[in-house]
Structure formats: structure tokens, C-alpha cells
Design a protein around this ligand. Structure first.
Ligand code: KG4
Ligand code: ZN
Length: 336
């Protein structure tokens, strides 16, 4: 039995989880700063790191208490090393190193995106080869996994991440932060009334969302200048259908070419109800590939997902040392 204490602090959630054998969640404590950042219309890095400092020891203490374990029971300490906001990451890294030093435990530095992918281990027995569509505030990636703990990014965004595009469009529509869930909800009452461009990329699996985002901003501006009202639900629906259409189309194409046994969705935008619906619909026509959509609680940032990935890293002997520091531009691990 392996008991891992996992810490996540890459953006605006301070979280700690205790995970047994990568799948059994003994506790999962998350404190979100959304209410504070909403006041500014987005995450303010300086404010985020300060709140992490205030919350980190509280979430660790809570996680141990709820799991009814002590530091003596813990086999390893996992933390998000990157990518993310440097000041936010530092808080989790320092907390993990301090615990490891004080209690003589090994460290497991984890890539945030591997955490999002392995969050699916809580709901399915992962099958390889596997394709993962990672869609979050900072990432839009198609990751091909020939085997466990082997990550090859076959497509990525050329500019904005999809969650970032959702947040920026929501901002111009004055819907508040985070924009994804707001657009998701509003789009249900709208129709695909505004024609928006579908940005093209030279690599068929790459993504691009900044042209689409700019088109929305220009449309709002143009309508206002001409004294016309923009219908918010129709705009939300048009943006969402265009963005998700691209995402689903490229993912299905990649699945047809690479032929994985399983396709998993990961990241905050995987919480989107229309994405879940569209992907289910389209994947029903693809034979031999099982679709796994994580439950909502597994989509946005948490430490349970870091614990799940850390269990695999532990089995592969991917331990860190006290020299390792936070790395906002960390690459995904690649192993043959
Ligand atoms: O994975 P996550 O919690 O943090 C990052 O690693 O970035 O993702 C946050 C992103 C935000 O951009 C948020 O607007 C988006 O996920 N998001 C959604 C939905 N729920 C969260 N986007 C679209 N539809 C949703 N329902
Ligand atoms: Zn994330």
C-alpha cells in the first residue's frame, strides 16, 4: 500500500489530498480563491500567491485530519512543479520540501497536466494506448500515450488556450470570472446566430483560438457602434459551437488516425456540458475506442489528481530532490 500526500497550488486553488494506491481518496481539500479574483475580472498572480501562503498549512492539516492519518503514515510527498504561476507554484513546492525534510519523505514533482489526465483513474481503469484531450485555462493539448507515464504532445494551441478564450469572451460580454461556466449556461438559451471564423493551423492537430476571440470582440464592438444590441445567449452559443466544433473535429480525427483504446478528457473545460454532449455523440460512431469523461469534481484543479499521477510517478521511480524548484514552463515527462 502506498499513501501519498499531494499538494496543488499552480493557479488559484490551494489544495491537498491524501491518496491510497493512486485511486482511493482518503481526503481532498480544496480552497478556491475565485471570489477574490472575481473582483478583478481574472487571476491576479501577486494576490494568488499571498492567499496560497495563508491557506497552504490549513489545507494540509485538514487533509491529514480528514484522512485520519499522520505524517508517519505517508510514503511520499507530491507537488505540482509546473506549469503555472511562478509565485503560486513556489508556495506548494516549499510546503512539500519542508514536509519532506522534516519527516524524511521522498518527493514527487508532478507536471500539472499529467495530474489532469490521471484524474480519470478515479473513474476508469485506464487503457493504453490512450489519447487525452487536455482543455484548461492554460492548456489545449492532444496527448498521445503509448503506455503508462509516456506523454507525447501531438497537438497544442498556437496562441490562447481554450479556457483563456472562454474567459476573455466572457469578460467582454461582462459575464464575470471564470467565464467558462457562465458561457456554458448562457449558451443553452441561444442559437448559432452569429457566423464566426474557424481559425486554421498547418498541423491538423494544433489549435488556435485568438482569431476567434478577436472576432467576438470585433463583433461586439461593431454592433455597439452601429447602435445594435448583441444577443448575449446567441453570441455565447455561436462562440461555443465554433470553438468546441474545432476541438471535437480535431480530436476525433486524431483518434481515427492513432487508434487508441481509450480517449480521456481532462482539465477545467472538460466540465463544459456541450463539450461532453458533442464528444459523446461523435465518439459513438468511432469503433474500438472507449470515451472517459471525468466527473465535474475531477475537472477543475485539485490535489487528488496530483496524487493519482504521483502514484504512477512513484512506481516509475520518478523522485525529485531538494534542488528542484517551481518551473512555470515545465515540459511533460516523456519515457519510452
Ligand atoms: O483546469 P482548470 O481548473 O485550471 C487550469 O489549469 O487552467 O481550468 C480552468 C478553466 C477556466 O478557464 C474556466 O473558465 C474553464 O476552465 N471552465 C470551463 C467550464 N468550467 C470551467 N470552460 C467552459 N465550460 C465550463 N463549464
Ligand atoms: Zn488545471
Amino acid at each position: 500500500m502506498t499513501l501519498i500526500l499531494a499538494i496543488e497550488s499552480s493557479c488559484d486553488e490551494t489544495a491537498c489530498a491524501i491518496v491510497r494506491d493512486g485511486k482511493e481518496l482518503l481526503s481532498n481539500i480544496v480552497t478556491t480563491q475565485i471570489s477574490v479574483h472575481t473582483l478583478y475580472g481574472g487571476v491576479v498572480p501577486e494576490v494568488a500567491s499571498r492567499i496560497h501562503v495563508e491557506n497552504i498549512s490549513v489545507v494540509i492539516e485538514e487533509a491529514l485530519k480528514e484522512a485520519k492519518v499522520t505524517m508517519d503514515d505517508i510514503d511520499a510527498i507530491a507537488y505540482t512543479q509546473g506549469p503555472g504561476l511562478i509565485g503560486s507554484l513556489h508556495v506548494g513546492v516549499q510546503a512539500a520540501k519542508t514536509l519532506a525534510f522534516a519527516f524524511h519523505k521522498p518527493l514527487l514533482p508532478i507536471h500539472h497536466i499529467t495530474g489532469h489526465i490521471y484524474a480519470n483513474a478515479y473513474v476508469a481503469d485506464l487503457k493504453y494506448p490512450m489519447m487525452a484531450l487536455v482543455v484548461s485555462g492554460g492548456h489545449t493539448e492532444l496527448v498521445w500515450m503509448k503506455s503508462d507515464w509516456c506523454f507525447e504532445v501531438i497537438g497544442t494551441t498556437q496562441d490562447d488556450a481554450i479556457g483563456e478564450a472562454y474567459d476573455k469572451v466572457a469578460r467582454v460580454m461582462e459575464l464575470g470570472y471564470p467565464g467558462g461556466p457562465k458561457i456554458d449556461k448562457l449558451a443553452k438559451d441561444g442559437t448559432y446566430a452569429y457566423k464566426l471564423p474557424k481559425p486554421k493551423t498547418s498541423n491538423p492537430y494544433d489549435f488556435s483560438f485568438s482569431g476567434l476571440k478577436s472576432a467576438v470582440l470585433q463583433l461586439v464592438d461593431r454592433e455597439h457602434r452601429n447602435g445594435r444590441e448583441v444577443i448575449p445567449a446567441d453570441l455565447a452559443c455561436s462562440f461555443q459551437e465554433t470553438a468546441l466544433g474545432l476541438l471535437v473535429e480535431k480530436t476525433v480525427k486524431a483518434v481515427e488516425e492513432y487508434k487508441p483504446k481509450m480517449l480521456v478528457l481532462a482539465g477545467g473545460v472538460a466540465a463544459n456540458s456541450r463539450l461532453r454532449e458533442l464528444m459523446t455523440e461523435k465518439m459513438a460512431t468511432v469503433e474500438g475506442c472507449e470515451l472517459v469523461i471525468p466527473p465535474l469534481r475531477c475537472c477543475t484543479d485539485n490535489a487528488a489528481m496530483i496524487g493519482a499521477a504521483a502514484y504512477i510517478a512513484y512506481q516509475h521511480g520518478c523522485f525529485g530532490d531538494f534542488e528542484a524548484s517551481a518551473d512555470p514552463g515545465l515540459d511533460m515527462p516523456y519515457e519510452e
